[in-house]
Design a protein around this ligand. Structure first.
Ligand code: PNS
Length: 173
Protein backbone atom coordinates (compact mmCIF):
# COMPACT_ATOMS: atom_id res chain seq x y z
CA UNK A 1 0.00 0.00 0.00
CA UNK A 2 1.41 3.47 -0.88
CA UNK A 3 1.86 5.89 2.00
CA UNK A 4 -0.98 8.40 2.25
CA UNK A 5 -0.18 12.01 3.00
CA UNK A 6 -2.77 14.53 4.20
CA UNK A 7 -2.75 18.32 4.43
CA UNK A 8 -4.30 20.20 7.33
CA UNK A 9 -4.67 23.78 6.02
CA UNK A 10 -5.71 26.81 8.00
CA UNK A 11 -5.01 30.33 9.13
CA UNK A 12 -3.97 29.26 12.65
CA UNK A 13 -3.94 32.82 14.02
CA UNK A 14 -3.13 31.55 16.60
CA UNK A 15 -3.10 27.74 16.85
CA UNK A 16 -5.41 26.48 19.62
CA UNK A 17 -5.73 23.24 21.56
CA UNK A 18 -8.60 22.44 19.20
CA UNK A 19 -6.24 22.62 16.22
CA UNK A 20 -3.69 20.49 18.06
CA UNK A 21 -6.39 17.93 18.85
CA UNK A 22 -7.29 17.70 15.14
CA UNK A 23 -3.59 17.38 14.19
CA UNK A 24 -3.20 14.51 16.68
CA UNK A 25 -6.25 12.69 15.30
CA UNK A 26 -5.16 13.25 11.69
CA UNK A 27 -1.64 12.03 12.38
CA UNK A 28 -3.09 8.76 13.67
CA UNK A 29 -5.11 8.26 10.48
CA UNK A 30 -2.53 9.13 7.84
CA UNK A 31 1.06 8.10 7.20
CA UNK A 32 2.17 11.72 7.15
CA UNK A 33 0.44 15.03 7.80
CA UNK A 34 1.46 18.49 6.61
CA UNK A 35 0.04 21.36 8.65
CA UNK A 36 -0.20 24.16 6.09
CA UNK A 37 -0.39 27.80 7.17
CA UNK A 38 -2.09 30.09 4.67
CA UNK A 39 0.16 33.12 4.03
CA UNK A 40 -2.32 35.64 2.71
CA UNK A 41 -5.74 35.17 4.22
CA UNK A 42 -8.76 37.12 3.01
CA UNK A 43 -9.63 37.60 6.69
CA UNK A 44 -7.50 40.73 6.96
CA UNK A 45 -4.25 41.35 8.79
CA UNK A 46 -3.42 38.47 11.12
CA UNK A 47 -2.17 39.06 14.66
CA UNK A 48 0.77 36.71 14.14
CA UNK A 49 3.01 36.70 11.06
CA UNK A 50 3.12 33.59 8.89
CA UNK A 51 6.54 32.77 10.36
CA UNK A 52 5.31 33.15 13.95
CA UNK A 53 2.33 30.87 13.27
CA UNK A 54 4.55 28.27 11.58
CA UNK A 55 7.05 28.42 14.48
CA UNK A 56 4.33 27.88 17.07
CA UNK A 57 2.87 24.97 15.10
CA UNK A 58 6.32 23.42 14.64
CA UNK A 59 6.92 23.59 18.39
CA UNK A 60 3.58 22.15 19.43
CA UNK A 61 3.55 19.35 16.84
CA UNK A 62 7.20 18.35 17.40
CA UNK A 63 6.28 15.41 19.70
CA UNK A 64 4.14 13.92 16.90
CA UNK A 65 6.57 12.07 14.66
CA UNK A 66 4.79 12.15 11.29
CA UNK A 67 3.78 15.83 11.23
CA UNK A 68 5.55 18.64 9.38
CA UNK A 69 4.65 22.32 9.07
CA UNK A 70 4.68 24.35 5.86
CA UNK A 71 3.31 27.64 4.55
CA UNK A 72 1.41 28.14 1.34
CA UNK A 73 -0.13 30.71 -0.93
CA UNK A 74 -2.59 30.35 -3.77
CA UNK A 75 -4.87 27.38 -4.24
CA UNK A 76 -4.87 24.59 -1.70
CA UNK A 77 -5.26 21.98 -4.46
CA UNK A 78 -2.01 23.18 -6.08
CA UNK A 79 -0.15 22.99 -2.79
CA UNK A 80 -1.58 19.52 -2.12
CA UNK A 81 -0.36 18.38 -5.52
CA UNK A 82 3.11 19.81 -4.85
CA UNK A 83 3.18 17.87 -1.58
CA UNK A 84 1.85 14.66 -3.18
CA UNK A 85 -1.01 14.76 -0.69
CA UNK A 86 -4.27 13.01 -1.52
CA UNK A 87 -6.36 14.12 1.45
CA UNK A 88 -7.30 17.37 3.19
CA UNK A 89 -8.26 17.39 6.85
CA UNK A 90 -10.64 19.97 8.31
CA UNK A 91 -12.03 20.15 11.82
CA UNK A 92 -15.78 20.46 12.31
CA UNK A 93 -16.80 21.72 15.75
CA UNK A 94 -20.51 22.10 15.25
CA UNK A 95 -23.20 21.80 12.59
CA UNK A 96 -22.75 25.52 11.91
CA UNK A 97 -19.23 24.86 10.60
CA UNK A 98 -20.51 22.33 8.13
CA UNK A 99 -22.03 24.55 5.46
CA UNK A 100 -18.85 26.53 4.80
CA UNK A 101 -16.68 23.43 5.06
CA UNK A 102 -18.93 21.51 2.67
CA UNK A 103 -18.71 24.34 0.11
CA UNK A 104 -14.93 24.40 0.36
CA UNK A 105 -14.70 20.62 0.09
CA UNK A 106 -16.90 20.62 -3.01
CA UNK A 107 -14.96 23.47 -4.62
CA UNK A 108 -11.70 21.65 -3.94
CA UNK A 109 -13.22 18.48 -5.42
CA UNK A 110 -14.25 20.47 -8.51
CA UNK A 111 -10.67 21.74 -8.83
CA UNK A 112 -9.09 18.36 -8.15
CA UNK A 113 -11.33 15.28 -8.09
CA UNK A 114 -8.48 13.19 -6.68
CA UNK A 115 -8.18 15.23 -3.49
CA UNK A 116 -10.47 13.89 -0.76
CA UNK A 117 -11.59 16.05 2.19
CA UNK A 118 -11.91 14.33 5.56
CA UNK A 119 -13.77 16.04 8.43
CA UNK A 120 -12.60 15.36 11.96
CA UNK A 121 -14.32 16.37 15.19
CA UNK A 122 -12.12 17.84 17.92
CA UNK A 123 -12.57 16.74 21.53
CA UNK A 124 -15.79 18.04 23.12
CA UNK A 125 -13.96 20.45 25.43
CA UNK A 126 -12.74 22.41 22.39
CA UNK A 127 -15.99 22.62 20.42
CA UNK A 128 -16.44 26.30 21.30
CA UNK A 129 -12.81 27.32 20.79
CA UNK A 130 -11.85 29.49 17.81
CA UNK A 131 -8.77 31.60 17.12
CA UNK A 132 -11.02 34.66 16.84
CA UNK A 133 -12.55 34.12 20.30
CA UNK A 134 -9.14 33.35 21.81
CA UNK A 135 -7.79 36.71 20.63
CA UNK A 136 -10.89 38.61 21.71
CA UNK A 137 -11.07 37.09 25.18
CA UNK A 138 -7.31 37.41 25.75
CA UNK A 139 -7.41 41.07 24.78
CA UNK A 140 -10.13 41.67 27.39
CA UNK A 141 -8.13 39.91 30.12
CA UNK A 142 -10.03 36.60 30.17
CA UNK A 143 -8.27 33.35 31.08
CA UNK A 144 -7.75 31.23 27.97
CA UNK A 145 -4.68 29.38 29.30
CA UNK A 146 -6.34 25.94 29.15
CA UNK A 147 -7.45 26.48 25.55
CA UNK A 148 -4.12 27.19 23.84
CA UNK A 149 -0.68 25.57 24.09
CA UNK A 150 1.79 27.29 26.49
CA UNK A 151 3.91 28.68 23.61
CA UNK A 152 0.84 30.44 22.21
CA UNK A 153 0.07 31.90 25.64
CA UNK A 154 3.66 33.19 25.83
CA UNK A 155 3.48 34.73 22.36
CA UNK A 156 0.12 36.36 23.11
CA UNK A 157 1.59 37.97 26.21
CA UNK A 158 4.49 39.26 24.08
CA UNK A 159 2.12 41.17 21.76
CA UNK A 160 1.60 44.84 22.47
CA UNK A 161 -1.91 46.02 23.37
CA UNK A 162 -1.95 47.95 20.06
CA UNK A 163 -1.28 44.77 18.07
CA UNK A 164 -4.08 42.97 19.88
CA UNK A 165 -6.63 45.61 18.95
CA UNK A 166 -5.90 45.42 15.19
CA UNK A 167 -9.31 45.17 13.53
CA UNK A 168 -10.07 41.84 11.91
CA UNK A 169 -12.97 40.38 10.03
CA UNK A 170 -14.49 36.96 9.57
CA UNK A 171 -14.58 33.86 11.69
CA UNK A 172 -11.41 31.93 12.23
CA UNK A 173 -10.91 28.36 13.21
O1 PNS B 1 -8.47 28.35 9.22
P1 PNS B 1 -9.31 28.82 8.06
O2 PNS B 1 -9.13 30.31 7.90
O3 PNS B 1 -10.74 28.42 8.19
O4 PNS B 1 -8.71 28.10 6.74
C1 PNS B 1 -9.22 28.41 5.47
C2 PNS B 1 -8.34 27.77 4.37
C3 PNS B 1 -6.90 28.18 4.51
C4 PNS B 1 -8.44 26.27 4.45
C5 PNS B 1 -8.92 28.23 3.00
O5 PNS B 1 -9.09 29.61 3.02
C6 PNS B 1 -8.03 27.86 1.81
O6 PNS B 1 -7.86 26.70 1.50
N1 PNS B 1 -7.45 28.88 1.15
C7 PNS B 1 -6.60 28.69 0.01
C8 PNS B 1 -7.25 29.23 -1.26
C9 PNS B 1 -8.10 28.17 -1.94
O7 PNS B 1 -7.65 27.09 -2.26
N2 PNS B 1 -9.38 28.50 -2.18
C10 PNS B 1 -10.30 27.59 -2.84
C11 PNS B 1 -10.92 26.60 -1.89
S1 PNS B 1 -12.52 27.14 -1.42
Amino acid sequence: MPAIRAIYPGTFDPPTNGHLDVVTRGARLFDSLVVAVLKNSSKGKPLFTTEERAEMLTEITAPIGNVTVATFDGLLVDFARQQSATAVIRGIRAVSDYEYEFQMAMMNRHLDPNLETVFLQPAEQYTYVSSRLIKGVFQLGGDISTLVPPVVMKRLHAKTPAALTTPESGAST
